[in-house]
Design a protein around this ligand. Structure first.
Ligand SMILES: N[C@H](CCC[C@H](N)C(=O)O)C(=O)O
Length: 269
């Protein structure tokens, strides 16, 4: 069976998008996601995105990391799907319903409300998530935020100098995080600008992480370090993150359709 896909990215964080809203596809699970995402033998992407009909929203978006894990949220993919869909829509995800709006050159996404309670991140035991009494090799006193998915945020002098390829997997897989965690190292440039690098749960170092930008910006705002609307500069480019008075996070930034293709299902199943 040949299956069509759209290759997309948000600031270089790339996706294979399968659209099963109007036609049936074979069962997608972690193993097929891992096979398709593999850059050596598959099509290659950070996340596999599956669109399906929904009884609770305009449609449903399922998100599979490169390691095959199915997760709750993906900010950059939300903008890519907005571009693909071509109209405002409510989208059901495992992390809650989000609102996507195409905008010039990309999209704006209402990512919902952040969660700060330790058991909503989740953490393995209770602590103050605004200044956690923990550390790993020079990265310490992080914050934790759930923006549909779990994030830990470290503020450092120069995020470019952190050995995130070493510390990322160590922290991602620490028992403090029962569902693992996305690891954000950020530098506050000024009250309107944050630089950020992310080691993503289930995908490793990526060019950008939309939920990471949301979590990092909200944690900085919670600590009074930046204004309630900031520019977050990731290796792949800039996002604008606002935490509005209604407690909802709004992310705005580019989305790109790279190309359309198809593959033989049996080659990956
Ligand atoms: N690695 C994330 C999912 C993708 C998030 C990222 N690509 C984004 O743009 O938000 C997780 O396991 O929660």
């Amino acid at each position: 069976m040949r299956v069509d896909f759209t290759k997309m990215h948000g600031l270089g964080n790339d996706f294979v998008v399968l659209d099963a809203r109007a036609k049936d596809l074979p069962q997608i699970d972690g193993s097929i996601a891992r096979a398709l995402a593999d850059r050596r033998t598959g099509i290659g992407c950070d996340q596999l995105i599956l669109l399906q009909p929904s009884s609770a929203a305009d449609f449903r978006m399922r998100i599979f990391n490169q390691d095959g894990s199915e997760v709750e949220a993906c900010g950059n993919a939300s903008r890519a799907v907005a571009l693909l869909h071509g109209a405002p829509a409510d989208v059901e995800t495992a992390g809650g319903t989000i609102r996507i709006e195409p905008a010039a050159g990309g999209a704006s996404v209402d990512m919902g409300e952040p969660r700060f309670e330790w058991d909503a991140i989740p953490l393995a035991y209770g602590m103050d998530t605004a200044a956690m009494p923990v550390g790993w090799d020079g990265l310490d006193h992080p914050g934790a935020v759930n923006v549909g998915n779990p994030h830990v945020v470290f503020f450092v002098e120069d995020c470019g100098a952190v050995a995130l390829d070493v510390l990322g997997p160590e922290i991602e897989n620490d028992p403090l995080f029962p569902e693992r965690v996305n690891v954000n190292v950020a530098t506050i440039e000024n009250r309107g600008h944050i630089r950020l690098r992310v080691w993503e749960r289930g995908a490793g170092l990526t060019q950008a992480c939309g939920t990471g930008a949301c979590a990092t910006a909200v944690h900085a705002m919670r600590r009074g370090l930046v204004e309630r609307e900031v520019t977050v500069t990731l290796p792949g480019g800039d996002l604008t993150i606002a935490w509005a008075e209604d407690n909802r996070i709004r992310m705005t930034g580019p989305a790109t359709e790279a190309y359309r293709g198809s593959f033989e299902w049996d080659d990956f199943a």
